[in-house]
Write a protein that binds this ligand. Sequence first.
Ligand SMILES: [Zn+2]
Length: 123
Amino acid sequence: MPLALEGPLKDHPRLTREYFTVTRMIELYCKHNHQHPTLCNDCLSLLAFSKRRLERCIYGAEKPTCANCNVHCYKPDQRQQIREVMKWAGPRLLLKHPVLTIQHLIDDRKTAPEHPKKQRTLN
Ligand SMILES: [Zn+2]
């Protein structure tokens, strides 16, 4: 699955890394749980959704990890899906991509910055 990055993400190394991390997690999850060689349609749309949320995150480059964020920008369905993916793939990612995981854990220790005053629209 090629990692096609266009748009605002590529200007933010940390967001790019987060996108990369979530992509690896969804790939792992799909391969083992949906027996799909690349990504099944459900996982593809979950990934597309995650990318849009990252691009539109009101924190921009200051984005906390999603687990630490006070803004719940995921819809309930996708929120449930992505939680499941992360719960399953998180520990496995550590074995496959230790550096990526450690960077994510470091990010995870930072608390969310103060809520930006001007909220961008989330659609
Ligand atoms: Zn899948």
